[in-house]
Design a protein around this ligand. Structure first.
Ligand code: SAM
Ligand code: SF4
Length: 325
């Protein structure tokens, strides 16, 4: 469906849990308070929201978290979403720690693509950023996933003085493997507000200087706002997701469903619409109608643009692990 600014909204990010097996400093930090399990939508409730979304033309879903693969039955949810009439794509974003173990079920479920978050290729830095010694597991999972032929993207958040010197090593993943490597600017949401962002404009300059044989890559790579560069001889492309330095709101195509059943029109703002209330109201007679109305309303609530560059206007107070990135 179209929103007030004639943008086609066809993509829903679904956070299935706020739990995670890592503790990335800029996302969860140490002192995170987990939500009561009773507040988290059941898979049946998620399917009901997806059915309503599908009837409004939202046909692509991304499963995220927290870490989606820590929630039991996550791949069954993917399979059930894939089987809904009208579903075009079901994708997942994961930290990769459980990728190796879940790969077969992800494939059997018909997952259309996997994004793996990986900020460093250095074991000690991985431990520093995420709190866990799991780099090897993640890289093993990525390699095995590539062997299956499923489309894989690597997402990296660079931080000045922490891992920004690794941009080239991370980009080089795309040389030998058919993986798109995307650099995401740090967004001032939740814990991320306490961290500095690397400018993707500056990063782009570094990339094109280091690899003169590059060209803009305007092929459609997915449902997101990344701008891609193709480097000669590389199997994958390099993507830049520049939330701060290059506003991409005019092409925004998404709404978010948080793990507690809030429809979220924009990352920047705290305004949400509660569908859990509708789903769990025992007296509700026209539940389907109410769900449809709530989704339509949340699409119509989408603002024209975010306000990341004016931090005082940001009204979102939840952390990324609760929202789903
Ligand atoms: N646990 C999964 C993972 O790490 O891929 C999925 C959820 S995580 C919240 C999704 C993405 O959000 C990750 O790529 C993570 O790096 C990114 N992220 C978290 N906090 C962020 C922030 N403040 N700014 C930009 N990206 C952030
Ligand atoms: Fe967990 Fe993903 Fe957040 Fe890291 S970025 S703490 S892996 S939810």
């Amino acid at each position: 469906m179209l929103d007030r600014f004639s943008r086609k909204i066809e993509y829903m990010r679904i956070s299935v849990t706020d739990r995670c097996n890592l503790r990335c400093r800029y996302c969860m930090g140490d002192g995170i308070r987990l939500l009561p399990m009773a507040d988290i939508l059941t898979y049946e409730e998620i399917i009901d929201v997806a059915k309503a979304a599908l009837s409004l033309g939202i046909t692509k879903f991304r499963i995220t978290g927290g870490e989606p693969l820590v929630r039991k039955g996550c791949t069954d949810l993917i399979s059930n979403l894939k089987n809904l009439p009208g579903t075009e794509q079901v994708l997942i974003t994961t930290n990769g720690v459980l990728l190796e173990d879940s790969l077969k079920s992800l494939m059997d479920a018909g997952t259309d693509g996997i994004n793996v978050s990986l900020d460093t290729l250095d074991r000690e830095r991985f431990r520093y950023i995420t709190g866990f010694d799991a780099l090897e597991k993640v890289t093993r999972g990525i390699k095995k996933a590539v062997d299956t032929g499923i489309p894989i993207k690597v997402n990296s958040v660079l931080q000045p003085g922490v891992n920004d010197d690794e941009w080239k090593d991370l980009a080089e993943i795309a040389r030998d493997l058919p993986i798109d490597v995307r650099f995401i600017e740090m967004m001032p949401i939740g814990e991320g507000a306490r961290y500095e962002s690397v400018s993707n404009d500056e990063l782009r300059e570094k990339i094109v200087t280091a690899y003169p044989g590059y060209e803009a890559d305007n092929r459609v790579h997915g449902n997101g706002p990344a701008k891609y560069i193709k480097i000669k001889g590389f199997k994958g492309s390099i993507g830049l997701i520049s939330a701060i330095h290059n506003r991409f709101c005019s092409s925004c195509n998404r709404i978010r469903l948080t793990s507690t059943g809030k429809l979220k029109p924009c990352l920047c703002y705290g305004e949400t619409l509660d569908v859990r209330e509708i789903l769990r109201d025992p007296r509700s007679e026209n539940r389907e109608q109410k769900l449809l109305r709530a989704i339509k309303e949340s699409v119509m609530m989408k603002p024209e643009m975010h306000c990341f560059e004016e931090k005082s206007n940001i009204t979102e107070i939840s952390g990324m692990s609760a929202i789903g990135g």
